[in-house]
Design a protein around this ligand. Structure first.
Ligand code: ATP
Ligand code: MG
Length: 172
């Protein structure tokens, strides 16, 4: 499903240049679950961000379902994220002035899912993460773990082929 070949990622230039990933190669099969471990600053989030199409790479190749991806183009990154990926980011970035239902339904809005279908799917996923009662609550009215579950629901709601979770149980 995923093959990275000699992936490089650096940030900045000159004296301030940081080489976050140096020659990373890996393969991940469909239905496989992979945990990435390493000390703080070792490049885990950077690697996940590249796998999830959040940013392009400085070098190397990315094959997704057998096809070489050109992530130097912003529009390729956007459509990849929208169609393939559910991402639970490290600091889960809920939209503060939208309630739980609205936060979780956002990815479906981008996919132009009908209102009726949206309701059904959001209600089902909120039930799965145990937050049916909090559908109308705002993020600042929730506990840390509850906010985290909202972020997980938001990543799962479009039933993505690829689920990426950056320390999904560690932020609080
Ligand atoms: N946007 C950026 N600009 C400059 N340097 C960055 C940027 N993002 C990450 N880095 C650097 O790249 C390296 C890897 O960072 P990354 O966030 O991938 O680490 P991590 O393994 O996820 O760490 P943690 O466990 O603390 O979350 C670090 O040295 C970091 O300072
Ligand atoms: Mg990280």
């Amino acid at each position: 499903m995923i093959r990275l070949i000699d992936v490089e990622k650096s940030f900045g230039k000159g004296d301030g240049k940081v080489q976050a990933l140096r020659g990373v190669s890996l393969g991940i099969a469909e239905h496989e679950m992979v945990a990435i471990m390493g000390s703080s600053g070792s490049g885990k989030s950077t690697l996940l961000n590249i796998i999830g199409g959040m940013m392009g790479m400085s070098g190397g190749n990315y094959l997704y379902r057998g096809k070489e991806q050109d992530f130097s183009k912003q529009k390729n990154l956007v459509s990849f994220r929208r169609n393939e990926v559910g991402f639970v980011v490290q600091y889960f970035a809920l939209i503060q002035d939208r309630n739980v239902f609205q936060n979780v339904s956002l990815p479906l809005k981008y996919q132009h899912v009908s209102h009726r279908e949206m309701r059904t799917r959001v209600e089902r996923i909120l039930e799965q993460v145990g937050l049916s009662e909090k559908m109308r609550a705002y993020p600042d009215e929730l506990s840390g773990g509850q906010q985290q579950r909202v972020a997980i629901a938001r990543a799962l709601v479009k039933n993505p082929r690829l689920i990426l979770a950056d320390e999904p149980t560690g932020a609080y």
